[in-house]
Design a protein around this ligand. Structure first.
Ligand code: AMP
Length: 325
């Protein structure tokens, strides 16, 4: 380990690259990772999961706990400080047994592969990961202002300038993803965090896919945000994210998603129908410019949705973000 470098440890580029690359700790492993092959039916999946997660340069002892940040479906998230550099991260800890129980190992692997290759100011960085005998740890960029979902619920709906700013940031992130042939497929406020200046960060890549050419048929994501082609079981590709961007824009401005049916007694059938028929009504207090953008994104035909480059040029975006045509 090289000696500590002066200046602000969190921001020093050398210390940061130390964390990001993990190269200085090539030989370090976490706790004893040997697998007892004797008499457990679970040996194979554990072994496969361990293999899938190499290389492992970091271990828990490299970090000290600052405080818990939250609890998700598959683990707990802690604010941690890397001992040598003082670099602050959010560490997500997941139990291997839980991941295997819910058959999440492939999804997690894909999430790691995709997210660790992304570098954009509106996409939460995955710095590195490691694992021990029973747990997997993701070392993530810390988003100090927390969850977008909570922020939205607190105020019910955002003023137009703020919604426009978020949609603008989201659009730049989606442009970056689509140019790298990554489709996100699960855009919603719950999957967005906020950086130290309140900037949006896409944080969850659990349903994302790297799809250079193919069209997909898996139905995934969250019902209120699914596009017609998905609810109808047709093929889909990157325009699914354009639809979700329209739903997100609506939810930011209105406080609930456009096709939500509360107490859907037909087992979600009514929601499906509303989506498939694009049964959309936008309250009068939403400006005409914002309405125009929403309508142009929520089009039944994926090929007719406003493309991301045009979203950036839309008057509702340029007006509020000081970006010119
Ligand atoms: P998750 O398991 O990703 O749903 O995370 C559970 C909770 O931990 C979230 O709802 C956030 O409140 C918090 N959290 C997760 N990741 C971060 C992060 N990178 N920065 C700050 N808080 C986070």
């Amino acid at each position: 380990m090289p000696p500590p470098v002066g200046g602000s440890p969190r921001n020093h580029p050398y210390q940061r690259s130390l964390i990001l690359s993990g190269l200085t700790r090539q030989n370090r492993t976490s706790t004893n990772n040997s697998i007892n092959n004797s008499n457990s039916d679970n040996v194979a999946p554990y072994y496969q999961l361990s293999r899938a997660l190499t290389p492992r340069q970091w271990c828990l002892d490299d970090f000290e706990l600052a405080r818990p940040l939250g609890k998700g479906q598959f683990g707990r998230v802690y604010l941690m400080r890397e001992r040598q550099s003082g670099y602050v991260v959010a560490m997500k800890m997941m139990l291997k047994a839980e991941l295997l129980k819910f058959n999440m190992q492939h999804q997690l692997r894909r999430e790691i592969e995709i997210q660790s290759n992304l570098k954009h100011k509106h996409i939460l960085r995955l710095d590195t990961f490691f694992h021990d005998k029973t747990r997997v740890f993701l070392v993530l960029e810390y988003a100090p202002q927390g969850e977008m979902y909570k922020k939205l619920r607190k105020v019910s709906r955002f003023p137009e300038w703020q919604a426009s700013k978020y949609v603008y940031e989201m659009t730049t992130a989606l442009l970056y993803l689509h140019r790298k042939h990554v489709i996100h497929r699960d855009i919603k406020p719950e999957n967005l965090l906020l950086g130290s200046h309140g900037e949006l960060k896409i944080s969850d890549f659990g349903w994302s896919v790297h799809a250079p050419k193919s069209r997909r048929t898996t139905i995934c994501g969250t019902l209120d945000y699914l596009p017609p082609e998905m609810v109808e079981g047709r093929e889909h590709s990157s325009p699914v994210d354009l639809w979700s961007l329209g739903v997100l824009c609506y939810e930011f401005l209105v406080g609930k998603p456009p096709f939500e049916v509360l107490d859907d007694e037909d087992g979600l059938e009514s929601t499906y129908k509303k989506i498939a028929s694009v049964d959309l009504s936008i309250p009068d207090y939403v400006s005409n410019e914002a309405k125009d953008l929403i309508v142009k994104l929520l089009r039944y035909n994926p090929d007719q949705r406003l493309v991301l480059e045009r979203v950036l040029l839309h008057p509702w975006i340029t007006r509020h973000n000081g970006t010119s045509k």
